[in-house]
Design a protein. Structure first.
Length: 531
């Protein structure tokens, strides 16, 4: 069948000059699915809580289980791809992701759904890093920026379409549909992998680093558990509770064991020596800060829209559609620019735009209009599109092909950890700042002041004409409305503080960028000689 298709479409042959673009297309399908499922589930959690009759603390594990397994599988994907082959590993990731999606749609309670999400997350953990490694292997160094830019289109599209598609499917059908939609796409992706891609396997396969894998898994799981549950409602002790301290203690010990192991064994699970390569090490620092700001604030805008402006999940998802389109348009352009000019230029422009969006969101209020919300999102789509592709291209520019899978796994793991740190940090800061502003507003409300009495009188007259009631009830309702407005204002002020900090952290990304050394001709020669 494959031979017949090659005769019908000659460009599918691995020696054809267009073959690498067919490979890129097959990889983009898996990338789209993996990122889409990380965002599409968010809008379905309230519906699942109502159907299963469970609490927020329990249903959160539908997300946490996926992210935990995703993070654990990322570093091990390099060894699996090197040992079993890149095509086979990517096919396996697509298979488990599709199987997990099918099982999730059949889940009968929240416990079954969490277990099936683990299967889905295991598949996604292979799709992202191995997919990027396949793309970088198929394209020569001088075209990798453009290829990574097109690869970024799938990621950008899924980020913007996830909340939108999820809200529509849930409103139109049921929560099962957000998993059912993955099944036909997954089958198409499996066929594309089988038909298009040629197998590649490194000649020198290494033994599996079991100590490194266990210590790495313990480190990531305990770290993400601690970060995820630091602000959980059941955790009354907060960040100083025994559970959180034990998690961070295990993470610290496991991290030390992991570092010692990786630098001492002959065949490490993750070759941390790659971080000694100047551009790769610096790019990972930049990517950590990028993930910290981007993923750490990803929940703030939908939270503000739905809590403060009463947007529906579908409406809040709709505002992200233009941002994703702009990001998808800018990703290949920034990759092309990174190939033609100094990559620092699009990174700098993108970082300044990205930071400006957070600063503009710093002025959100309960009366914010649609245009005030959309303009920063437009700029964010352009900024993110300009940042990610050049950073990825610069990071992988000096990596030999035999190390590409490990480098890609490490690259994506650091981004994932940066995002986890961001969610925990900004979530904790939001809670603290809401309490702070609530206290300030509470102290500012003086019930004996003339302004307060005049406001209560005005609201009492309005409530009397709109709903009626006794004089004492009208006064009580008026005071409750004032307190409710103070709480709403404190919530918005807390979000604004988060956005201001994010703008500062984003600008810090420019500092390590200054130390990047861009010398393309030398890098290309170095790569070819190492291959």
């Amino acid at each position: 069948m494959k031979d017949r298709l090659i005769k019908f479409i000659p460009s599918l042959h691995h020696e054809h000059e267009s073959y690498s673009w067919w490979v890129l297309l097959s990889v983009m399908i898996g990338t789209f699915m993996a990122v889409l499922d990380a965002t599409i589930v968010n809008v379905g959690l309230p519906k699942m809580m109502a159907i299963f009759g469970t609490s927020v603390d329990k249903i959160e594990w539908v997300l946490t289980a996926y992210l935990l397994v995703f993070a654990v599988m990322l570093p091990s994907s390099g060894w699996v791809a090197d040992h079993f082959g890149y095509k086979r590993t990517y096919f396996m990731g697509m298979f488990f992701f599709t199987l997990g999606s099918f099982l999730c749609s059949l889940a009968w309670d929240e416990n079954a759904l969490i277990v099936f999400r683990i299967v889905q997350g295991a598949g996604a953990g292979f799709l992202m890093p191995v997919g990027l490694a396949i793309v970088t292997k198929e394209f020569p160094p001088e075209k990798r920026g453009m290829a990574v830019g097109f690869w970024g289109i799938a990621s950008a599209a899924s980020v913007s379409l996830g909340p939108l598609v999820g809200g529509y499917l849930i409103d139109t059908f049921s929560w099962h549909a957000i998993f059912d939609v993955n099944i036909p796409v997954g089958i198409i992706g499996l066929l594309a992998i089988w038909i298009i891609q040629q197998e590649h396997r490194t000649e020198d396969t290494r033994s599996f680093d079991i100590i490194g894998f266990i210590s790495m898994s313990a480190f990531l799981i305990s770290l993400l558990l601690g970060l995820a549950d630091g602000n959980a409602s059941w955790n009354t002790g907060g960040w100083t509770s025994h559970f959180i301290l034990i998690c961070f203690g295990i993470a610290s010990v496991s991290f030390v064991i992991f570092m010692i192991t990786e630098f001492s064994v002959e065949h490490p699970l993750l070759d941390l020596r790659l971080l000694r390569i100047r551009n790769f090490g610096i790019s990972n620092i930049m990517l950590f800060l990028f993930g910290l700001a981007l993923f750490g604030n990803s929940f703030l805008v939908p939270l503000f829209l739905q809590t403060s402006l009463d947007y529906t999940p579908f409406q809040s998802g709709l505002v992200f559609l233009p941002m994703g389109i702009l990001q998808a348009m800018m990703s290949p352009l920034s990759g092309w620019l990174a190939d033609k000019i100094n990559p620092k230029i699009p990174i700098t422009i993108g970082t300044l735009l990205f930071a400006s969006t957070f600063y503009m969101f710093h002025f959100l209020s309960l009366t914010s209009e649609h245009a005030q919300i959309m303009l920063p999102l437009y700029l964010r789509g352009i900024g993110v599109g300009l940042i990610f592709s050049p950073i990825s291209a610069v990071a992988l520019m000096s990596i030999p092909k035999v190390k590409m899978a490990q480098a890609s796994g490490l690259f994506n793991t650091i981004r994932q950890i940066g995002g986890s740190f961001g969610v925990a940090m900004f979530g904790s800061l939001l809670t603290r700042r809401i309490i702070y502003h609530s206290g300030n507003f509470g102290q500012a409300i003086n019930q004996n002041s003339e302004i307060f009495k005049h406001t209560v009188s005005t609201m009492k007259n309005y409530i009397r004409y709109s709903s009626g009631g006794s004089s004492s009830d009208l006064i009580l309702k008026s005071k409750l409305l004032i307190v409710r407005n103070a709480i709403a204002q404190a919530f918005v002020q807390g979000i604004n503080d988060d956005f201001f900090l994010a703008s500062v952290l984003t600008l810090i990304l420019l500092i390590p960028m200054l130390f990047l050394k861009i010398s393309k001709n030398k890098d290309y020669e170095k790569i070819e000689s190492m291959d």
